[in-house]
Design a protein around this ligand. Structure first.
Ligand code: FMN
Length: 187
C-alpha cells in the first residue's frame, strides 16, 4: 500500500514512546457490522513494554467506541498532530451510536495493515492493539490493550517522537476548549 511507504515500523516494545508525552489520541474502532468509528481520548497512558507495549485509556461506557471494542476485541490508536485539532473536536462532538462520523465529516482514511480498521490520514503515528482486559468503574471502563503493530511517520519518529518539529507536534487537552502543543527540546 502506497501510504505505508511514508512510515517506519516502531518496535512493539518501544511503541510506548509514542504515548509517553501524553498527546491526545484518537481511538479507531469497527462495529460487528463493519461500520468504522473514531473518538478522541485525552485520558490514556502506557503501562508496560515487556514483551510488547501495553496501554490503557478511560472510556465512558456509553461511547460507541467502548461498545465496538467489547464486540470486536480490537482497536487502533492514532496520534494526531497539532494541525488536526479541528478534526479532533469534530470527532468528539458526535457519537458513532447516532452517525457514521467518517461519512458525516468527509474524513479521508486508510486501512490499518493488520487489524483492517479505517484510520484518519496524516496522523503522526498509529498503534494497532488487541484488547487485553477492561477494569470496570461505575460509569467508565479502563480499557487495556496490547500493541501488535505500530508505525510512525518517517519524519516524525526516529527512535523517539521528534516533538520539537512542526510535523511531530502532538495535541494536549487541558479541558473544555483548551488545547496546547509541544514546544522546545530541553535536553
Ligand atoms: C478533546 C477531547 C478529549 C476527550 N477525552 C475523553 C476521554 O478521555 N474519555 C472519554 O470517555 N471520552 C472522552 N472524550 C469524549 C468522546 O470523545 C466523545 O464523547 C465522543 O463523541 C464519543 O464518541 P463515540 O460514542 O463514537 O465513541 C473526549 C472528547 C474530546 C473532544
Amino acid at each position: 500500500m502506497l501510504i505505508m511507504e511514508n512510515f517506519q515500523a516502531v518496535k512493539n516494545e518501544k511503541a510506548y514512546q509514542l504515548l509517553n508525552s501524553g498527546g491526545l489520541i484518537i481511538v479507531c474502532t469497527v462495529s460487528s457490522e463493519g461500520i468504522y468509528n473514531m473518538a478522541p481520548i485525552a485520558w490514556h497512558c502506557p503501562v508496560d513494554y515487556d514483551k510488547t507495549t501495553r496501554l490503557l485509556f478511560v472510556s465512558d461506557l456509553q461511547h460507541k467506541t467502548y461498545a465496538n471494542i467489547i464486540d470486536t476485541k480490537k482497536f487502533v490508536i492514532a496520534l494526531p498532530s497539532a494541525n488536526q485539532v479541528e478534526m479532533v473536536k469534530e470527532l468528539g462532538s458526535c457519537s458513532g451510536h447516532k452517525v457514521n462520523k467518517i461519512e458525516h465529516l468527509h474524513l479521508s482514511t486508510f486501512e490499518s495493515p493488520v487489524l483492517k480498521i479505517a484510520l484518519p490520514l496524516d496522523c503522526i503515528a498509529y498503534l494497532e492493539c488487541n484488547l487485553h482486559s477492561v477494569v470496570m468503574q461505575e460509569t467508565v471502563g479502563i480499557v487495556l490493550g496490547d500493541v501488535i503493530n505500530a508505525f510512525g511517520q518517517k519524519d516524525a519518529y526516529k527512535g523517539r517522537l521528534l516533538s520539537e518539529n512542526l510535523n511531530a507536534k502532538t495535541i494536549h487537552h487541558l479541558g473544555s476548549n483548551n488545547f496546547i502543543t509541544t514546544a522546545d527540546k530541553l535536553l
